[in-house]
Structures are given as structure tokens and as C-alpha cells.
Design a protein around this ligand. Structure first.
Ligand SMILES: CC(C)(COP(=O)([O-])OP(=O)([O-])OC[C@H]1O[C@@H](n2cnc3c(N)ncnc32)[C@H](O)[C@@H]1OP(=O)([O-])[O-])[C@@H](O)C(=O)NCCC(=O)NCCSC(=O)C[C@@](C)(O)CC(=O)[O-]
Ligand SMILES: NC(=O)C1=CN([C@@H]2O[C@H](COP(=O)(O)OP(=O)(O)OC[C@H]3O[C@@H](n4cnc5c(N)ncnc54)[C@H](O)[C@@H]3O)[C@@H](O)[C@H]2O)C=CC1
Length: 421
């Protein structure tokens, strides 16, 4: 097949059906048949959420069991394509129920918008001029979002820093805004766009970039839990998990994987609730590097009694309103299942899920290795990839698990054997 042209003027103005027809014709791939296999699509919503929509990419939605957060049992919706992620959370949560589950806290929903001011002759004086104008800026922000103001949110603090850039000093102003139960990106972007020209006027500079910061270090959630040594295989496992966690604390190569495991849990709940996974991922990794050296987001210690104490702190800009959270039916169902009434309550549960996920991976790594549990649950996917259908899938998967060889070549061989070839 020759590559079809990607120049498709007016693609966005077509109906979804016409877009698909055009793609089918241009590529010869019968995409519309493949997309039809994913079930009915609520076309109107998909069209409203994004541009150039042709379908949906369904990601499985599961529910993690056993979670107890701040004394409340919570069923946690998780959207992920990866096997063993949800099982690991249920497993970790089950093993710390006896000590009360997870205990959490939240800093508050403070969202930072940045305003870059350039072309200043006297940036240090300009910095103070901005700080003198807190009341004017607060009034301006309240005018931009009267609803948020009515809900008790709005500008809380103004920060200003002079940064040395290659072109010379530039002033960077932070509007620190309480965005309550919204993630707040659109909210603070509107505020920053309105405030930029005013700050330029007061200082004699020029306002350039005006956009929120995803390094949401004024919006952090924390969770901790204690796992009795007896629940996780004894003192040797506690020791091994602590040593494995130290590896992540001192080595960025390991810390990245360690944090990926945490984000397996975090991103799955973020996606299930219609929140912005990219914002959360960017914020978490930047936070992990805030000392100048990338490190683990969680800490693991042995308690005086010899049990295992885990703790985590990460930025979580999540909303119950705004973005897709209010318009996507799955997001609404997920939020209803969680039973949360504030962005903070959601963030606290998400932090606990991140810690649970991390526990699951560390325990597996400290004992039998990751492949045994993870690949056992992944066996069905490998069987499907090898061509198994219907009841062949579980029959092939079972053999892969029994042989401890969850590999596609083995799956193909088992399938051929099953089919008498
Ligand atoms: C896989 C398990 C959970 C088995 O763990 P297990 O101890 O053999 O499980 P079990 O059969 O004794 O069951 C105990 C509980 O686990 C849950 N559970 C157990 N199996 C299931 C299942 N099939 N479906 C649903 N839930 C399951 C379930 O909650 C169950 O209790 P129940 O509530 O039923 O009374 C364990 O080996 C584990 O946690 N492994 C780690 C899995 C993991 O981390 N996966 C992520 C993918 S790997 C990765 O991407 C990140 C990584 C690893 O690189 C990060 C890093 O390096 O740090
Ligand atoms: N860098 C980034 O992360 C960026 C992200 N985005 C996107 O922005 C969207 C989120 O922006 P938002 O400002 O949260 O959405 P939004 O603008 O849709 O909704 C927030 C508004 O809802 C109103 N509101 C009603 N009830 C509220 C309550 N209880 N608490 C707070 N506000 C309430 C307020 O007027 C508030 O301004 C996401 O879709 C995200 O993907 C947009 C630009 C940049």
C-alpha cells in the first residue's frame, strides 16, 4: 500500500461516518469494521470532546477491591490496559486492612499560573511592584471567575521571581489560585491572560507566556499505610522491600521504573474519572526531580515492631468538575462509585492507590520476581495475540502458566497442538 496523503482539508468539518468512509477509501484498511467491533459509540459526546473524531479507543475499566482509606471502605474504578495492575492494588489493600488501611492528607487545591514578563530595565523593582498589587490582582481574578469566587476560591497568593535567562533577566509571576473542586487549568489560564497585560502596564515590561504550571507542588496528596510483617512473608521480605526501595531512592534508572509502577495505579484512576493523565504524569515526575535529582515518590521503612511502613507524596491536580469529568458518563459513574465530594477526597484516594500499587510491585520484586504474578495474568493476552479464540484462550493460557513460559512462540505452538496441527 502506498502511504495515503495526510493532507485532508476540511476533515474536521465532516461527520464522523464520513471521516471513517474517507479513511477507509484512502487507506484500504476497513477501519470502520474494526472500530465497530468496539461496540456502540456515543457519537455526539466523542465529537464534542475532541476534534477529527472517528471512534473511541476503549480501555478496560475495572474495580479494585479491599481499599480502606481514612476509615472508609472504597471501591476504586481503574481504567488500564495492563494486566495485574488492579489485582496488585486489591492484594496490597487486603494485606493492610488489619492496620486500618491507608491514612491520607491533602494540601488544598492551590493551582499555579505563570506569567512571564520580559523587556524590564529594573526587574527587581518590578518584582516588588507586582507584589504590591495583590488586592488589584485578587479583584481581577474574582471578576474573571465569579463562580469560583462565590465558592470560596480565587487568588490566595502572588509570588514573583527574577530568573537569569540567556537573553537577560526575566520576571516570572505566579498567581496561586484556590481552584476548589476543579483541576483549574482553564480557570487559571483565563486569570493569567487577563493579569498579564495589567502587570506589563504596572512594570513597563511585556507579558509573554501566560499559562498554568503542571509542577503542582502547592497541591499535593499524601498517603501512608503499615503492613504487618506476617502479612507479607516475614522480616526477610520487609528487609528486602526496604532495600529495594533504597535502590530507587539513590538511582534514577531504578526510580523511573519504581515511579512507573506507582503511576500504574494513579493514572488508571485519573483516566477512569475523566481527569487529565498527562498533567498528572508530568507533575509527578517533575516533583520526583524537585531536589535536582530524580528519585522515588514513595518511602519504605521498617517500623520499631518490624513491620513495613510505606508513605507517598505527589502532586495531584484533579477535578470533580471541569474538563471531561462532568460530561463523560464513565467519569461520572466512576466518581459516583468512589463516593467523593471534593477534589481533595479524590486526590487522597488516588495517592493511596499509588502507594498500594507500589507495594504490590515491591513485594513481587522482593520475593518471586515480577514475572510470575504479572505474566500469569498476562497469559490470556498472549494467547489472543497468538490467534486463540473462544475457549482456546483459557486453554492456551493455562498451559503457558503451567509451563511458566508466557511467550507468544510457545502460545503459537500450544495452539497449533490444540488444533491438531
Ligand atoms: C498478581 C498478584 C496480585 C498475585 O498475588 P497473590 O499474593 O498470589 O494473590 P492471591 O491469589 O493470594 O490473592 C490475594 C489478593 O490479591 C488480589 N488478586 C490476586 N489475583 C487476582 C486476580 N486474578 N484478580 C483480581 N484480584 C486478584 C485479590 O484482592 C486477592 O484477595 P481477595 O480480595 O480475592 O480475597 C501479585 O503477584 C502482585 O501484586 N504482583 C505485582 C503486579 C504488578 O505490580 N503489576 C504491575 C505490572 S509490572 C509494572 O509495570 C511495574 C513494575 C513492576 O515494573 C514497577 C516496579 O518495578 O517497581
Ligand atoms: N497544562 C495543562 O494541564 C492544561 C490543561 N487543560 C485542560 O483544562 C481542563 C481543566 O480545566 P478546569 O479549569 O478545571 O475546567 P473548566 O474551566 O471546565 O471548569 C472549571 C470551572 O468550573 C466552575 N466550577 C463549578 N463548580 C466548581 C467547584 N465546585 N469548584 C471549582 N470550580 C467550579 C468554576 O467557574 C471553574 O472556573 C482539563 O480538561 C485539562 O485537560 C487546559 C490547558 C492546559
Amino acid at each position: 500500500m502506498t502511504d495515503p496523503t495526510s493532507r485532508l482539508p476540511g476533515f474536521g468539518a465532516l461527520t464522523r461516518a464520513d471521516r471513517l468512509r474517507l479513511l477507509d477509501e484512502a487507506t484500504g484498511l476497513a477501519l470502520s469494521d474494526k472500530l465497530a467491533e468496539t461496540g456502540p459509540v456515543e457519537g455526539a459526546l466523542v465529537e464534542r470532546l475532541i476534534e477529527n473524531a472517528v471512534g473511541v479507543m476503549p480501555v478496560p475499566l475495572g474495580v479494585a477491591t479491599n481499599m480502606r482509606v481514612d476509615g472508609r471502605d472504597v471501591l476504586v474504578p481503574m481504567a488500564t490496559e495492563e494486566s495485574s495492575v488492579i489485582a496488585a492494588v486489591g492484594n496490597a489493600a487486603k494485606r493492610c486492612r488489619g492496620t486500618g488501611g491507608f491514612f491520607t492528607s491533602y494540601s488544598g487545591s492551590l493551582t499555579i499560573a505563570q506569567i512571564q514578563i520580559v523587556g524590564l530595565a529594573d526587574p527587581q523593582a518590578a518584582r516588588l511592584m507586582v507584589l504590591e498589587r495583590f488586592d488589584d490582582l485578587a479583584a481581577l481574578c474574582a471578576e474573571i471567575d465569579p463562580m469560583l469566587h462565590k465558592l470560596g476560591g480565587g487568588l490566595c497568593e502572588v509570588e514573583a521571581r527574577v530568573l537569569d535567562a540567556p537573553s537577560g533577566p526575566m520576571l516570572v509571576v505566579h498567581l496561586v489560585v484556590d481552584t476548589r473542586d476543579a483541576m483549574g487549568a482553564n480557570t487559571v489560564n483565563s486569570m493569567a491572560e487577563a493579569a498579564g497585560p495589567r502587570i506589563a502596564e504596572w512594570t513597563g515590561g511585556r507579558a509573554l507566556f501566560r499559562i498554568l504550571s503542571n509542577l503542582a507542588d502547592r497541591r499535593v496528596a499524601r498517603a501512608r499505610a503499615t503492613w504487618p510483617a506476617a502479612e507479607i512473608g516475614g522480616p526477610d521480605v520487609v528487609e528486602a522491600m526496604c532495600l529495594g526501595a533504597e535502590f530507587a531512592a539513590v538511582d534514577p534508572y531504578r526510580a523511573t521504573t519504581h515511579n512507573k509502577g506507582i503511576m500504574n495505579g494513579v493514572s488508571a484512576v485519573v483516566l477512569a474519572t475523566g481527569n487529565d493523565t498527562r498533567a498528572i504524569e508530568a507533575g509527578a515526575h517533575a516533583y520526583a526531580a524537585r531536589s535536582g535529582r530524580y528519585t522515588a515518590l514513595s518511602r519504605w521503612e521498617k517500623t520499631a515492631a518490624g513491620d513495613l511502613a510505606g508513605s507517598i507524596e505527589l502532586p495531584l491536580s484533579l477535578g470533580l468538575v471541569g474538563g471531561a469529568t462532568r460530561v463523560h458518563p464513565v467519569a461520572q459513574a466512576s466518581l459516583a462509585l468512589l463516593g467523593v465530594d471534593s477534589a481533595g477526597a479524590l486526590a487522597r484516594i488516588v495517592a493511596a492507590v499509588g502507594l498500594a500499587q507500589n507495594f504490590g510491585a515491591l513485594r513481587a520484586l522482593a520475593t518471586e520476581g515480577i514475572q510470575s504474578g504479572h505474566m500469569a495474568l498476562h497469559a490470556q493476552n498472549v494467547a489472543i495475540a497468538a490467534g486463540a479464540v473462544g475457549d482456546e484462550i483459557e486453554r492456551v493460557a493455562r498451559q503457558l502458566r503451567d509451563r511458566r513460559q508466557v511467550r507468544q512462540d510457545v502460545a503459537e505452538e500450544v495452539l497449533a497442538h490444540l488444533r491438531g496441527r
